[in-house]
Design a protein around this ligand. Structure first.
Ligand code: HEM
Length: 460
């Protein structure tokens, strides 16, 4: 098979570097081959083509049911977490139908209903933080994003089962918090249950407990047959597959796990980066406060959502360290040429979101955090693409952006925070994502002087 710009370092060395230092790996490769290269880092027959050029990515993502497909099989790395029946693992028509079923739940209009919930959850979590003591911003934000997704998926975020689910999910996912423990995902032979104290053993046990809670919830819902509920679980339970059969418990479990996982880990990380940047660069925080203040004392969520500088700030946060470094795999279907390289059927390609966002020709001085770049020019969906594109474009984009903006606006309006650690936060692997290595340690030094009570946004 002809492969464009094959990286010749021994595959095992590449694989370790990719796991331990993904940013270093990508940047070294891009210095030699800025637009396209072939890495030997994971399964899929050992090679994977990284595409870092916007036009080539456009070519792939606008053709990803024709010249390219998006096989679920290639996301096997997530199978231990998501199971076999998640939307991520499906392809072809089954994938299309599942997306059609789920998408309305994540539509922008639907998201608006969650505005007050998001603001109130933020003050609830941040009011409980100790003053003048370091805390992990990522953990606090994860609590908010987890509650939001529990509400959208199950229609509830309080009660004993929800509390248990929150604790167990967080504990289960903490297994992947370091690059070393993330390697369990990349080396299936490490996935051995060596008892509750071994990392994989711990993961399996936590997963089993989460599964039990999910199955209990499904069983109760089946008995209740409440047709008035509009949450995602109810929607999935009333749906039928191609043969007119309802989804099985296992299918429901896998989809719930996918939404719970994809729906809160990523958003929490993005918000942690955002808090980091605004406190690392005080002039940015000042501009944000100034802009939010123009809305008066009880702004409605939609006017916050539309603020231009806040929008540019969130975009820049998602540009500089995109939480998802890569799109899912697309596979070449017919012989074709990409950037002058011949690709044969079966070749796996991925859009490298990180490297596109670091292109000097698109983003001058790409290592500098400058929200203004998003006010000064517009970027195409293949130049700025934190949520991927094409048939697997992120389903939670509207929720993630809405949530990010409301949570950040609420925090910045109500609390005085400082970074507890003056060192730079470095982007580190967390499972398959790129997260701040130290979780953004912060200290709350007080509440904003001009706000005596928490800012609770008015509903629209
Ligand atoms: C800042 C937060 C988030 C980021 C950066 C992000 C990023 C991404 C990316 C890059 C993809 C792959 C797209 C592709 O291959 O072209 C993806 C897929 C996906 N995302 Fe997100 N995501 C975020 C939040 C969410 C949320 C809140 C949900 C809510 C449930 C979600 C659910 C999904 C699902 C289900 C898929 C798979 C879609 C499919 O296979 O068809 N994501 N996301």
């Amino acid at each position: 098979m002809q492969l464009p710009n094959l990286i010749s370092t021994p595959p095992i060395v590449q694989r370790f570097r990719w796991i331990a230092d993904p940013v270093g790996y990508m940047e070294t490769a891009a210095q030699k081959y800025p637009d396209i290269f072939t890495a030997q880092i994971i399964g899929f027959g050992g090679t994977l083509v990284f595409v870092n050029h916007p036009q080539a990515i456009q070519e792939i993502l606008t053709n990803d049911r024709k010249k390219f497909t998006s096989p679920g099989e290639s996301s096997k790395i997530l199978q231990p977490l998501l199971g076999d029946y998640s939307v991520v693992m499906l392809d072809g028509n089954r994938h299309k139908r599942r997306r059609q079923l789920l998408m309305p739940s994540f539509h922008g209009d639907r998201m608006r209903a969650y505005g007050d919930l998001i603001c109130n959850l933020t003050t609830k979590v941040f009011d409980q933080l100790p003053q003048n003591q370091p805390f992990s911003a990522r953990n606090a934000l994860q609590e908010i994003s987890l509650q939001v997704i529990l509400q959208t998926v199950f229609g509830l975020y309080e009660g004993e089962r929800c509390q248990q689910l929150k604790q167990m999910l967080a504990s289960m996912l903490d297994v992947f918090k370091s690059p070393l423990s993330s390697s369990f995902l990349f080396f299936p032979f490490l996935q051995k249950d060596l008892g509750a104290w071994s990392p994989w053993g711990h993961f399996i046990r936590q997963r089993q407990q989460v599964d039990e809670l999910l199955y209990t919830e499904i069983a109760e819902r089946r008995q209740q047959e409440n047709t008035e509920r509009i949450d995602i679980l109810s929607l999935l339970m009333s749906a039928e597959d191609d043969d007119g059969k309802p989804l099985t418990d296992k299918e429901l479990r896998d989809e719930l796990m996918t939404l719970l996982f994809a729906g809160h880990e990523t958003t929490a990380t993005a918000m942690a980066w955002a808090l980091y940047w605004m406190h690392h660069l005080p002039e940015v925080k000042e501009k944000l406060i100034e802009e939010i203040n123009t809305l008066g004392d009880s702004p409605d969520p939609m006017s916050i959502f539309r603020l231009p500088y806040l929008t540019a700030f969130c975009n820049e946060t998602l540009r500089i360290y995109p939480v998802a470094m890569l799109t899912f795999v697309r596979e070449v279907q017919e012989p074709l040429e990409l950037l002058g390289h011949k690709l044969e059927p079966g070749t796996p390609v991925m859009g490298c979101i990180y490297l596109v966002h670091q292109r000097e020709d698109l983003y001058p001085q790409p290592k500098q955090f400058k929200p203004e770049r998003f006010l000064e020019r517009q970027f195409s969906p293949y130049e700025f693409m934190p949520f991927g594109g094409g048939v697997r474009r992120c389903m939670g984009e509207a929720l993630a952006i809405f949530e990010m903006k409301l949570v950040l606006a609420t925090i910045v309006s109500n609390y005085q925070l400082e970074l507890a650690d003056k060192n730079l936060e470095k982007p580190c692997r967390r499972g398959v994502t790129l997260a701040p290595g130290n979780g953004v340690k912060m200290v709350m030094t007080g509440r904003r002087a001009n706000k005596e009570s928490p800012l609770v946004m008015a509903s629209n």
